[in-house]
Design a protein around this ligand. Structure first.
Ligand SMILES: C[S@@+](CC[C@H](N)C(=O)[O-])C[C@H]1O[C@@H](n2cnc3c(N)ncnc32)[C@H](O)[C@@H]1O
Length: 482
């Protein structure tokens, strides 16, 4: 029987998940070359070109005549799952990896991600009614298979999506970039000399605010050094001006945050069996903030051990300044992750290294009874007062397992209430959200928590009381009846 592989290529209305993720991770940018291996109808190529990326692609059915040529980034998007011949499937990965000078992105369909195709068993997958072949993977199975075929390490980018880096330093930078960064708001004395030279001094300030120390000579670009020197005479003077325009407590907080980041980073490196202190700038940061690099490594090991202990996770969840606590879990907005206690940041970081992060995820549930982190994507979190749940992915750390929950039908989707409980303490709209929750509480809308959990139940509860939510305000519904 002839298998119709080309029928698996659907027209896309937006960038595919793996390519959108690589853009979000800044692994594809305006200057990159991208080759889409098994590009189907070429929709990703067209969209990348519209973004100014030099993109091309090959597909045996749709673009058989394009030359298969090397590129910085090669995308092998949902190709391996449609090839029924195991030897050819391996060859596709190896050829694509051979073309990738910096990064290969491999993705495959995974269980639960969307509706499972129906079909009869064929080889290690299914033959569908449309005479296409589909092999569904588990997330971990796909990653392990890619590693086994290529002999390279596969880094989870998102559920069902993996990155393979040509240069180990880029792989390490990717792992380091998984650590969320939080900095206190800058409070600058507007009378100070800094204000006069703000533009010239900004790159220097930015470096100091990230690394909690002044840069070494080679850590600031030549252009930035010249700018500082032209404006204030020397980099050393620039540093003094920055310090005198800010408070000591600001720098103490920056140092505290950087210390925590380094610990989280080192713990995650240990989890992936990688020494993230190989990078000189990171090593210099560690030496300036800890008595020794070895001491930092020991503290990080303790943190990694602590995060596997449910009781310690619970204590830290109860002590957390951000997030909503439930009898089993702490829920927090993704943008407030860096404000969590380090033990919980490491716990979440381990889950993210296993599963990757999906574009659209905004609420993260950290369990302290199970070894589990759940990533939830609520639609239009900022704009909508009660955003509905679009999809979620549950990561079981010990079992190395990722499970998707696809979207429910509209009406049955669950909705989020009291958004202020999840966001950062400094979130600019926290008070607006809280005022709405207070009004909803006074109106008795939270009296039946189970009922208001779904879109339909919430709408009913509002309408019974003659109320509507407009923007982030609760109002009487004044629409004429009938
Ligand atoms: C599910 S589609 C994915 C298309 C595109 N990458 C996307 O994400 O929209 C799978 C594609 O793999 C192509 N394909 C089949 N066998 C292949 C092979 N050995 N090497 C590369 N691509 C192949 C098919 O022609 C089909 O267009």
């Amino acid at each position: 029987m002839r298998i119709e592989r080309s029928r698996t290529a659907l027209a896309r209305t937006a960038l595919s998940r793996p390519v959108a993720g690589a853009l979000a991770d800044q692994l594809i940018s305006g200057g990159s070359t991208v080759f889409d291996y098994g590009c189907g109808r070429g929709d990703d190529i067209a969209r990348l070109r519209a973004l100014g990326v030099d993109a091309d692609g090959w597909d045996p059915a749709f673009r058989p005549n394009t030359e298969r040529r090397p590129a910085d980034v090669v995308n092998l998007g949902y190709v391996v799952n449609v090839i029924e011949d195991v030897a050819e499937r391996r060859a596709a990965v190896l050829t694509a990896w051979g073309l990738a000078t910096r990064l290969l992105i491999v993705s495959g369909r995974t269980f639960g991600e969307d509706r499972a195709p129906a079909g009869v068993s064929h080889g290690d997958g299914l033959l569908t009614g449309r005479r296409t072949f589909q092999k569904l993977y588990t997330h971990t199975e796909l990653g392990e298979w890619v590693e086994q075929v290529t002999g390279e390490r596969a880094y989870a980018a998102a559920p069902g999506v993996f990155y393979l880096f040509r240069n180990p330093d880029e792989a390490q930078a990717y792992v380091r970039s998984r650590v969320a960064i939080y900095r206190p708001r800058r409070q600058i004395d507007t009378q100070a000399l800094y204000e006069t030279h703000r533009d010239a001094l900004e790159p220097l300030f930015a470096f100091m605010a990230v690394h909690a120390r002044p840069p070494r000579t080679h850590e600031l670009s030549d252009a930035d050094k010249v700018k500082v020197a032209d404006a204030v005479g020397s980099v050393a003077r620039g540093i003094r001006i920055i310090r005198s325009a800010t408070t000591a407590s600001y720098w103490e907080e920056v140092a505290r945050q950087r210390r925590n980041e380094l610990l989280v980073m080192l713990a995650l490196g240990r989890f992936r069996q990688e020494d993230l202190l190989r990078d000189t700038t990171t090593r210099t940061d560690a030496r300036s903030l800890f008595p020794s690099a070895d001491g930092a490594r020991r503290d990080a090991d303790r943190l990694l051990l602590a995060c596997s202990d449910p009781a310690l996770r619970q204590v830290n969840a109860l002590a957390s300044k951000v997030g909503r606590i439930s009898p089993t879990s702490l829920y927090v907005h993704a943008a407030a992750l860096a404000e969590l206690p380090p033990v919980l940041r490491v716990f979440e970081g381990c889950a993210r290294l296993l599963a990757g992060a999906s574009v659209g995820v905004n609420i993260i549930r950290l369990s302290y009874v199970a070894d589990e982190v759940e990533y939830r994507a609520y639609e239009r979190f900022e704009e909508t007062a009660h955003p509905p749940l679009s999809f979620s992915a549950r990561v079981r750390i010990g079992k190395l397992d990722v499970r998707w929950t696809p979207p429910e039908e509209p009406g049955r989707r669950s909705v989020l209430h009291q958004k202020e409980q999840f966001v950062s303490i400094e979130h600019p709209r926290r008070e607006l959200y809280a005022a709405l929750s207070r009004a909803e509480h006074r109106a008795g809308l939270y009296d039946e928590p189970d009922r208001i959990r779904t879109e339909a139940g919430w709408r009913e509860a509002l309408s019974e009381r003659g109320l509507v939510v407009a923007g982030h305000r609760l109002r009487r519904d004044v629409r004429p009846e009938g």
